[in-house]
Write a protein that binds this ligand. Structure first.
Ligand code: GTQ
Length: 359
């Protein structure tokens, strides 16, 4: 037996394809190279949203729209490669939420997983599952799928944070469920500091609470002072990863696994002057610059960043980070779709064959 070859003319083929349309069928062979690509070539464009540009636009929104009208007053970070979809990468969404003094973002719950990484704030809080979590710059607050949450600003200054959600994935799967709580806030049932006291004291865990895998971390608040201290301590004795410097993951203390079923959260310290090696992985990422000045090469595109900027890296794109300061460390927060890629068996990672991206 052997592969066969036919000698149809272009005209015969086109007329056959046209005729197939009425049956709602189409040939696979005309699209084979697109739907079974040799390797991923993401439509996602590596891109930076500079804080100096975004902050004034977020403030302008506060003059035009209230939290009653908006429910969430958020500027969506629209990836220029994704044709107007609510998506920052193929799976992840980033948005800038602004809450003015005295305002509440009313209580709701939804199937999308969400995180908040605080950019500017003197306090305020997100209430999740009955506990109020403070929101200070650099703090990470999780709102796992289907947990009630509301946000409030009881300070004198506007609050800004980065919202990270798996909206593009959830909407692709047509899995969006959403409930509005009948009141603006949901009841507080936990004492302040409860989640951190139970699940955030080194590896100490309460004995009377069963350690179950709930899919999401029972610790929902990772304050910046502890995060920064952990990075700085680790950086004194360890080189870290060749690709990411001193990179730590915010884990679920019950399982050691990712923070939420679809989103993993990370934070890294790049030493003064550090240039990492280049690698690529199938997961896509959204980064937020807590502090520092530098750039990230994504293929031949240079993403220059400084304090409070947000940027994204597509899956399967070679990238390397550079801290341009000769004296100060840089701190980057990031979130990725790693749990999704791992669960589906799609996770792959490889170093750049030349070590760095050739300039
Ligand atoms: O604060 O719950 O950016 O539901 C998008 C959807 C934030 C939120 C977003 C949301 C939220």
């Amino acid at each position: 037996m052997e592969v066969s070859s036919k000698k149809a003319t272009e005209e015969e083929l086109q007329s056959y394809y046209k005729g197939l349309e009425q049956y709602n069928v189409a040939p696979l062979w005309t699209v084979m190279a697109d739907i079974q690509a040799h390797e991923p070539a993401s439509k996602v464009i590596p891109y930076v949203w500079p804080w100096k540009d975004i902050r004034p636009q977020a403030m302008r929104a506060t003059e035009l729209v209230g939290t009653a009208e908006a429910e969430r007053r958020v500027l969506r970070l629209m990836n220029p490669g994704l044709g107007g979809r609510t998506a920052t990468t193929q799976t992840l969404f980033g948005g800038i939420q602004t809450v003015l003094p005295g305002e509440i973002s009313p209580a709701h719950r939804h199937t999308p997983a969400a995180l908040r990484f605080i950019i500017e704030s003197d306090g305020g809080y997100t209430a999740v599952g009955g506990e109020r979590f403070p929101m200070l710059p650099g703090d990470l607050v999780l709102t796992p799928p289907w947990s009630w949450h509301d946000h409030a600003n009881d300070t004198k200054n506007p609050m800004f944070w980065l919202d990270g959600l798996d909206l593009p994935l959830v909407n692709y799967l047509e899995m969006s469920f959403h409930d509005q709580y009948p009141e603006d806030t949901h009841p507080i049932t936990e004492s302040p500091g409860s989640s951190l006291a139970k699940y955030g004291s080194m590896a100490l865990q309460p004995t009377w609470i069963e350690r179950k895998d709930e899919g999401s971390s029972p610790l929902m608040y990772y304050p910046w002072d502890r995060t920064r201290e952990a990075l700085e301590k680790l950086a004194t004795g360890e080189d870290g990863s060749p690709y990411d410097g001193v990179l730590m993951e915010y884990t679920n203390p019950s399982t050691g696994g990712h923070a939420m079923p679809t989103i993993a959260c990370f934070v890294q310290l790049l030493r003064p002057g550090e240039r990492t090696k280049a690698h690529r992985h199938t997961t896509s990422s959204i980064y937020h610059v807590v502090e520092g000045k530098g750039h990230t090469m994504v293929g031949d595109k240079k993403l220059s960043w400084e304090d409070k900027d947000t940027f994204c890296i597509p899956g399967w794109a070679f990238h390397e980070h550079v801290n341009e300061s000769p004296t100060e460390p840089a701190f980057l927060f990031s979130y990725t779709d790693t749990p999704v890629m791992k669960a589906l068996g799609y996770f792959r990672e490889e170093p750049h064959p030349e070590g760095n991206i050739p300039s």
